[in-house]
Design a protein around this ligand. Structure first.
Ligand code: HEC
Length: 125
């Protein structure tokens, strides 16, 4: 291989690396995680609550703010706003971040699945 081909291969490799960052996230993959892990208790349309409150517009919403949903005191008093960083902490271990929550979900420990899930939640507007 001459020097020109080495340079071209290195450049192509760098372009590919840039196109696929290690923390890439996919809202489409996140929708599958949502269906499996969350849909049994949460709707994604505004105003529809199930066991859990509607998650329409969840990213950026203050905790405990869906009207007509009976939240736990722990959730109401948490003072949290559901930005992506807070959701990431919460969805690993809901009961640690919101003590006394009545959300019976053990948490999603897989980083990639959680990122995909949050990318999907961000589309719910
Ligand atoms: C077994 C039912 C159940 C499952 C499964 C569940 N949740 Fe919940 N979720 C709840 C309940 C109940 C609440 C209300 C918590 C409270 O008031 O303490 C809640 C609250 C929340 C909140 C806070 C909403 C607000 O308005 O403050 C978020 C965010 C949330 N859930 C996201 C999720 C996501 C994402 C999943 C899937 C990974 C999920 N939940 C799985 C029942 C569930």
């Amino acid at each position: 291989m001459n020097r020109f081909f080495v340079a071209v291969s290195v450049a192509t490799g760098l372009v590919l690396l840039n196109a696929v960052p290690s923390y890439a996230q996919s809202a489409e993959a996140g929708q599958s995680v949502f269906k499996r892990d969350c849909a049994i208790c949460h709707e994604v349309v505004a105003g529809k609550n199930r066991t859990g409150p509607s998650l329409f517009g969840i990213v950026g919403r203050p905790a405990g703010s869906v009207p007509n949903f009976s939240y736990s005191n722990g959730n109401k008093a948490s003072g949290l706003t559901w930005d992506t960083a807070t959701l990431d902490r919460y969805l690993i271990a809901p009961r640690t971040v919101v003590p006394g929550t009545k959300m019976s979900y053990g948490g999603q420990k897989d980083d990639q699945k959680r990122r995909d899930l949050i990318a999907y939640l961000a589309t719910l507007h």
